[in-house]
Design a protein around this ligand. Structure first.
Ligand code: ADP
Ligand code: MG
Length: 239
């Protein structure tokens, strides 16, 4: 479904991504893990068109997407939920949802879509008239996920959903991601919480220093002895 080949990207200085090869299979829940600064968020930004890579190719459903604008890529079916909270805090939950459907253009289609999503995400209806900032961190995450589904994307990129959530809320947010996956959406998840991320994933990818160091079925990656070195201070290469 999605294939990155030899991708190089950075922010003006040197390369942050140094030849990333990565494939996301249709129907998978692929989880990228790796230490802080490994380039995980950068990979998602390249895919969603927020950052143009210096080299390499990104194919989505057999079509090259490098150079396309972010709204164009969204329209093709790739939605991104960024690492930082991304709801407009002073707008209501409903207004945020409507913005998520803006590219549908037609007000009636937006209403229809919203009604379908409200069935799956009760919070969207219950808190519709409240300002987004009045919701807890976990509730905001739920609304962000719901909003990303407004355009019926075939691939959703989720960046560190567990960040600053307490363990109980984390379980709820992960359950939502799992449901989205079960409902047929392919998911590319980035997680610092390696255990939780790989536990819900079907496929695991380990990044370090701008490269993919290991990948395979999630369970295999989880049980790989090298993982211990990587996540207890060492590096995969040096361990
Ligand atoms: N907007 C930016 N401008 C400059 N450097 C950035 C920017 N975003 C990230 N970086 C740098 O790129 C590297 C990888 O960042 P990132 O992809 O966010 O890593 P991760 O998500 O794995 O923690 C880091 O060294 C970071 O400092
Ligand atoms: Mg990140």
């Amino acid at each position: 479904m999605l294939k990155l080949t030899n991708v190089f990207a950075g922010y003006g200085g040197g390369d942050v991504l140094k030849g990333v090869d990565l494939e996301v299979e249709k129907g998978s829940l692929t989880c990228i893990v790796g230490p802080n600064g490994a380039g995980k968020s950068t990979v998602l930004r390249v895919i969603s068109g927020l950052l143009k890579p210096r080299g390499g190719t990104v194919m989505f459903d057999g079509q090259p997407i490098v150079g396309m604008t972010a709204p164009h890529i969204l329209q093709l079916g790739i939605a991104q939920i960024p690492q930082d909270h991304s709801l407009f805090p002073n707008m209501t939950v409903r207004e945020n949802m409507e913005l998520g459907g803006l590219l549908l253009r037609d007000k009636r289609r937006i209403e229809q879509r919203l009604a379908q999503i409200e069935e799956r995400f009760p919070i969207v209806k219950e808190r519709a008239k409240e300002q987004a900032r009045s919701l807890s961190g976990g509730q905001q995450r739920q609304v962000e996920i719901a909003r990303a589904l407004m355009l019926k994307p075939s691939l959703v990129l989720v960046d560190e959903p567990s960040m600053s959530l307490d363990p109980k809320t984390l379980v709820q947010v992960f359950e939502t991601i799992r449901q989205m996956h079960r409902a047929g959406t392919t998911v590319l998840l980035v997680e610092q919480n390696v255990r939780a991320g790989l536990a819900i994933a079907t496929y695991g990818v380990v990044m370090e220093s701008g490269r993919v160091r290991m990948q395979g079925p999630a369970r295999q990656v989880r049980e790989d002895p090298e993982m211990g070195h990587l996540f207890f201070g060492g590096t995969l290469s040096g361990a």
